[in-house]
Design a protein around this ligand. Structure first.
Ligand code: SAM
Length: 279
């Protein structure tokens, strides 16, 4: 029995089901249920919400989410070995947990979910950024999710919340901050995981804004930002060469000095530039 529910402690679950962690699946498990409940609490009030979880593994965070009162949890796990352990959780919380044995990059779980939807995950590092970019760039805004509460390598978390002028500032920061409020809510040392990864981790909480902070066409903004940061050490008049005939005038009209580098340009200026180049 554990602190948050009547299921066995996670070390026992792992040994009962012989869940030796696999590096190829990015498996670094959280075994402290008080910690997984704390992460679940960062996702906000879960009562009345469906939660999408990616990579439940032996189910530490899943149990945290259910113990915190999630209306339902839909969990996508690629590793078949974890299914019996997850089935035990489903039985302890009748009708509340649906497990999809699939690759999160290849499945659309929306038919299993009812709004309001929150996403929470201790993401496999190899697919985390790809999923985040997908969640941040849907065809329509607002997206299907109200909030994302996600574990990343510390370095990736820093890139999501970075501000202009910092080394971490780039495409990911702009993408995240244009249409969401992003903050780091928890830092975790390698020892919090079994086995411990080489680097520290952090939980980032993103809340979807009802509409973008500044108006811009998503595709144009993405194009300008990608090109600007592709050669981040170059002055923008050089990095963005070829994007518009009178590029320098448009940079100035957007409030940007053509000799500025991408890493010093604010989101509002990038949006203005995307609109001016589009026009
Ligand atoms: N949530 C668990 C925890 O906190 O202890 C496990 C986290 S572990 C970092 C990542 C989990 O994602 C593993 O269980 C792994 O099998 C699963 N996984 C890896 N790649 C996946 C993919 N493409 N789709 C779904 N699950 C995946």
């Amino acid at each position: 029995m554990s602190a948050i529910d009547t299921l066995p402690p996670l070390r026992q679950v792992i040994s009962d089901h012989d869940l030796v962690a696999r590096k190829s699946l990015g498996q670094n498990f959280l075994l402290d249920l008080n910690l997984t409940a704390k992460i679940a609490r960062q996702a906000g009030d879960l009562t009345g919400c469906d939660v999408l979880e990616i990579g439940p593994g032996p189910g530490g965070l899943t149990r945290g989410l259910l113990a915190e009162g999630a209306r339902r949890v839909v969990a996508i796990e690629k590793d078949q070995r974890c299914l019996p352990a997850l089935e035990d959780i489903a039985q302890a919380y009748p009708g509340k947990l649906t497990v999809l044995n699939a690759d999160a990059l290849a499945i659309d779980p929306l038919e299993h979910l009812t709004p309001p939807i929150r996403v929470a995950a201790n993401l496999p590092y190899n697919v985390g950024t790809e999923l985040l970019v997908r969640w941040l760039t849907p065809p329509e805004w607002p997206p299907f999710w109200d909030s994302l509460t996600l574990m990343f390598q510390r370095e990736v978390a820093d890139r999501i919340v970075a501000k202009p002028g910092s080394k971490a500032y780039g495409r990911l920061a702009l993408l995240a901050q244009w249409r969401a409020e992003a903050r780091i809510v928890l830092s975790l040392p390698p020892e919090a995981f079994t086995p411990p990864p080489k680097v520290s981790s952090a939980v980032v909480h993103l809340t979807a804004l009802p509409e973008p902070r500044y108006p811009a066409d998503p595709k144009q903004l993405e194009r300008v930002v990608a090109k600007a940061f592709n050669q981040r050490r170059k002055m923008l008049r050089a990095a963005l060469k070829g994007m518009a005939p009178d590029l320098e005038d448009r940079l100035i009209a957007a409030g940007i000095d053509p000799t500025q580098r991408a890493e010093t340009v604010h989101l509002e200026q990038f949006c203005a530039l995307a609109n001016l180049i589009h026009a």
